[in-house]
Design a protein around this ligand. Structure first.
Ligand code: IPE
Length: 268
């Protein structure tokens, strides 16, 4: 049996977060190349991607993350879903260009949330996609919510929900920075990188790291670190690696489990 790996291409990596609806097409293409390389090496993948400057600005304008009630908020819900899907179309297109049979799995169609957390998601379409030899591609999306009407579900939430059910060998989160830093390395170039975060030290790390740049309704790096620490605590064999997606051969090596020094690793 080949190893199962969850891979996320972060919104800060594949879009320009400072410019609404601005995709970094050349980055998407190079990441698609890395994914094609890892797949040809026999790794089984679930790919997810963030929304960056597609979903986040609209989600912030309609405060979709905190619930959806009025007709104008439901309009926002539909608009956020559309923006998230537009980016997904670009990612899928880049993968198809590489000869990868990428297939969209939108959380908005399969997931139900409660109070902003994922409550149920039908895994069957994922299993069917793998059996058919397709690469399932999910993404941060809107979801109906039993308590709040609607909300936003991030890729990190999707991975945290799916990991105990599908038992991946590792999770690779490709971002715009080479891992987790004590401060935003774009603003503070001397900021120190964490090479490894032990889930038990999570609180101290969370106190240290900076807030996201640009609108981020799903909590940015801090929320990612918190969720991944919780996850590895409940699945002690799991390794989560957060690294830059800008160097395709390093990304491919990380997906295949061969770039263990790159970025930041979160372990139990
Ligand atoms: C956010 O998803 C989804 C929307 C705002 C629609 P993510 O949390 O996975 O995306 P990024 O990586 O922060 O952009």
């Amino acid at each position: 049996m080949s190893e199962l790996v969850f891979v996320k291409l972060g919104g800060s990596l594949i879009t320009d977060k400072a410019k609404p609806l601005c995709a970094r097409r050349e980055v998407i293409a190079s990441c698609a190349g890395a994914i094609a390389q890892a797949l040809s090496g026999g790794t089984q993948l679930l790919l997810g991607h963030g929304s960056g400057s597609f979903g986040h600005p609209l989600a912030a304008r309609y405060s979709t993350r905190r619930g959806v009630r009025s007709p104008s908020e439901w309009f926002g819900f539909a608009a956020v879903a559309h923006a998230a899907r537009l980016l997904n179309v670009l990612v899928i297109g880049a993968l198809l260009e590489q000869g990868v049979p990428a297939f969209p799995i939108p959380a908005s169609a399969l997931a139900i949330a409660r109070g902003g957390e994922l409550r149920s998601l039908d895994c069957r379409p994922l299993q069917e996609a793998w059996e058919a030899g397709l690469l399932p591609v999910t993404y941060g999306d809107v979801a109906f919510d039993d308590e709040w009407g609607g909300t936003i579900i991030s890729t990190d939430q999707l991975f945290a929900f799916l990991a105990p059910r599908l038992r991946p060998h590792r999770i690779v989160l490709a971002t715009d920075t080479d891992g987790v830093f004590e401060a935003d390395p774009h603003r503070f170039p001397g900021a120190k990188r964490y090479q490894e975060i032990r889930a038990g030290e999570c609180q101290a790390v969370l106190r240290q790291i900076g807030a996201a740049s640009g609108p981020d309704v799903t909590g940015g790096m801090a929320d990612k670190v918190r969720r991944m620490c919780e996850l590895v605590r409940s699945m002690p064999g799991l390794r989560v690696q957060i690294l830059s997606g800008h160097v395709p051969h390093v990304l491919a090596a990380a997906i295949m489990g061969r770039a263990t020094e790159a970025g930041t690793t979160i372990v139990a």
